[in-house]
Each structure stands twice: as C-alpha cells, then as structure tokens.
Design a protein around this ligand. Sequence first.
Ligand SMILES: *[C@@H]1O[C@H](CO)[C@@H](O)[C@H](O)[C@H]1NC(C)=O
Ligand SMILES: *[C@@H]1O[C@H](CO)[C@@H](O)[C@H](O)[C@H]1NC(C)=O
Ligand SMILES: *[C@@H]1O[C@H](CO)[C@@H](O)[C@H](O)[C@H]1NC(C)=O
Ligand SMILES: *[C@@H]1O[C@H](CO)[C@@H](O)[C@H](O)[C@H]1NC(C)=O
Ligand SMILES: CC(=O)N[C@H]1CO[C@H](CO)[C@@H](O)[C@@H]1O
Length: 411
Amino acid sequence: MEGSNVFRNCLWNLMIIGFCLSSFVHSVEMGETCSSSSRCDAGLSCQSCPVNGNTGSTCTRIQPLNPTSKVNGLPFNKYSWLTTHNSYAITGANSATGSILISPRNQEDSITNQLKNGVRGIMLDTYDFQNDVWLCHSTGGTCFNFTAFQPAINVLKEINDFLESNLSEIVTIILEDYVKSPGGLTRVFKASGLTKFQFPVSRMPKDGKDWPTVDDMVKQNQRLVVFTSKKDKEASEGFAYQWDHMVENQYGDEGLKSCFNRNESSPLDTTSRSLVLQNYFGTNPNSTQACGDNSSLLISMMTTCHEAAGQRWPNFIAVDFYQRSDGGGAAEAVDDANGRLTCGCDSLVYCKSNAPFGTCDAPPPKSAPSPVSGGTGSENPRETPRDNAASTATGLSILGMISAAAFLVWW
Ligand SMILES: *[C@@H]1O[C@H](CO)[C@@H](O)[C@H](O)[C@H]1NC(C)=O
Ligand SMILES: *[C@@H]1O[C@H](CO)[C@@H](O)[C@H](O)[C@H]1NC(C)=O
Ligand SMILES: *[C@@H]1O[C@H](CO)[C@@H](O)[C@H](O)[C@H]1NC(C)=O
Ligand SMILES: *[C@@H]1O[C@H](CO)[C@@H](O)[C@H](O)[C@H]1NC(C)=O
Ligand SMILES: CC(=O)N[C@H]1CO[C@H](CO)[C@@H](O)[C@@H]1O
C-alpha cells in the first residue's frame, strides 16, 4: 500500500516539474521565429510581413503596456490610448440584415477582444436605420442593407461588459455620427447600460486645460468618454462635440505622407483643444499592406505630428488592423507616446515607477516588454490549428523526456 502511494506522489511531482519546464520551453520572445501564437510570450502574435520582405513568421506585439502602469494619477490628457479605426468593421462579419455587405473592413477581431488586447479608443459610425441606431460604413449619411453591420447596442453592450468587469479601465468612444432622430443616441446608450459610466461634458475642460485625473475618473466611476461629430448633441443630449475638445490630423493616404489637420478639426497646434488624435492608415484598408505601415513609419510620423501639434504627443493613436506589424507596431507607438507623456522617457518601458519626470532606465539589450493588460491574440487570423497541435505535441514529448530523466534521478 505504502509503496504505491510513494509511487503516485512521485509521478505527481514529476508531472508538475515536467509541466513547468514545458511551459518554459514555450516562451518565445518578440522578433523570434515562431510556428504559432501560442508559442509566443503573452501579448504577442505569430505573423509574417511579406510586404516588408519578412516571409517567415515572428512573434509580434499586439498589446501596449497599460498606460497608467508606471505613473498613475495624471490628468486623462497625459496618457496615450490605442485606438482602432472603424472598430466594428470586422473581417468576416456579415450584415445583420442578412444582405451581402460591401463595406470595407478595417479590423479583424471583436470589440471584446480589442479591449482585452488593450485597445481603449473605439471609433464607431452611427446611423439611423430600421427605426434604431446601427453601425454602418456607408456614404452620404444614409445606411443601406449592404452597408449595415449591426445594431449599435450589440457593440455598446460589449463595452459595458468590459467596464463592468474592469473597474479601473477607461474607454473612449469617438462617433462619426449620422443619427438625426431626436434622442436616438441617448436611447441606445441607456439601453446598453453605458450611461452610468459616462463622463459628463460639464467636467470636460475648456480652453486647453488639463482633464481630471484618471484616478478621479475611476473613483467617480466616470470611465466612459464619448465624443460625437454632431455639434448640437452637446447641448441637446450631453454628448461632447469632438471638435471642441480634440484636434485630429488628416487620415487616409494623405496622412501617411505628412501631418496636418483634417478638415473638421482646428489646426493641430490649437492648444485650446486638450486632446490630440493621430490617424495613421491608408485610404483603402488593406490587411496585407497594414503591417508595412509598421511601427517605424508610424513612429516617425508621430514625431512629425508632435511638432505639428505644438509639441504634443498623441492621446489617441488610430490605426487599421491594429494587430498587424513587422515587430512592435501600434502597441509600441502607444508605449513610446506614454513614455514621453508620463515620465519623459522614449518609451514607457524605460520609465521607473514613481520616479521624478525624466528618470529613465537604460534600454535593455533586447526590448521585449511583457504587457500588463490581459488577453490573448486568440482571434488572430494567422494562427492555424495545425500549428497549435504541433506545438502541443512538442510540449508533450519534451515533458515525457524530462519526466523520464527526473524519474531516473529520483530513484
Ligand atoms: C433589408 O433587410 C431587411 C431585414 O433586416 C429586410 O426586411 C428588407 O427587405 C431589406 N431591404 C432590401 C431593400 O433588401
Ligand atoms: C470641409 O468642411 C466644410 C464644413 O466644415 C465643408 O463645407 C467642406 O466641403 C469640407 N471640404 C472638404 C474638402 O471636405
Ligand atoms: C493590398 O496590399 C498589397 C501589398 O501592398 C497589394 O499587393 C494588394 O494589391 C493590395 N490590395 C488591394 C485590394 O489594393
Ligand atoms: C478585465 O477583467 C477580466 C475579468 O475579470 C480579467 O480577466 C482581465 O484581466 C481584466 N483586464 C484588465 C485590462 O484589467
Ligand atoms: C514599408 C516600410 O517602410 N517598412 C519598413 C518597416 O520597418 C522596417 C524596420 O523596422 C524596415 O526595414 C521596413 O522597410
């Protein structure tokens, strides 16, 4: 009896040791060759970038560091947030009308997964449609069956769920708003549950002053910031008119060449607007090309925009296919902006917690920061089940070998 107990305990220990070692074997850092996302460190996905000549797959950043992870308690406008352009226009989505959908797609995973990956700026196009508010990617301010994605409430509920389960997170929604029905937005925000989180317009600073601190926003549970492109809704429904609070550069192909304000925005150096949004995506969304508009180009344009915006780093960095890059991508750009904004270092990676502004760590020999925000790249389209099976098999055979070796030593 006793002998078999010892044997059982022993096997149990071996399995634990084997398991620990096999998960160690799984860790692949940023920039290293990979066979599937599950083999990369947390916050990375396994992808290639043929337009840059990188045909082999490497582990690639898809999550920024949590902006408040090094220096907390600053005003909201002293942080930078990863933002998805047309967050709802997702590859593979069908129109909820049952019609074919001809609109271009700009992202590849659900809003829920975007939020998990650290996206905190959500851009939505809202329309009156079928006696409701829908998300459409349309033209002329009118939604059609073949440009209609789904009722806005579905996505707003996803955001509500995230805010309800993550009590210190702040999310910003930026609406390209075509809703004309009186009270239409108010109704759908109420129905989704989001109204209780809404940061009131009355607390938004005028004349370029600082926003309340993120701590204060969290404490008051005012963790949802909403902007609309429709001026009259600030007075009529309490949705902040975007262009009174924010400047934005030109989007599309023109915006990949130089940095100047888009038509609706005041000039970028208008400091009476406290918030700066940097768009960086081509006119025609193209998932193959997206990794080519990669961190080096995005980051160099960020420096150009910093000059154009009166030495201000962007509070929102808006991209298509946010997960795609040939290395650091949009996540790295956001870390860089947060480093400059919160601690005066070139990246948040080099900031020291609670140290005076400008106290920076030397860059490590190999920068592979492990992200703070949770989530996985599990919806990344490049991951194939075959690769997962292969890596599990490798893990198991290594586990077997280690167990056998430990078994011999043990006895
Ligand atoms: C649009 O879709 C709705 C279903 O959501 C359907 O009832 C209607 O007939 C469609 N309209 C057209 C013009 O196809
Ligand atoms: C710029 O915006 C104004 C209204 O703000 C509009 O009348 C004009 O057509 C726009 N110009 C372009 C080139 O989009
Ligand atoms: C997307 O980008 C790739 C790489 O630049 C290009 O070869 C392809 O033609 C583009 N697709 C479209 C539809 O423009
Ligand atoms: C959000 O909440 C979920 C569920 O509690 C948790 O798993 C996740 O790590 C949280 N994410 C963040 C960014 O706090
Ligand atoms: C399209 C393009 O300019 N891609 C560049 C992306 O960044 C890498 C290095 O980070 C360059 O080698 C590519 O040329």
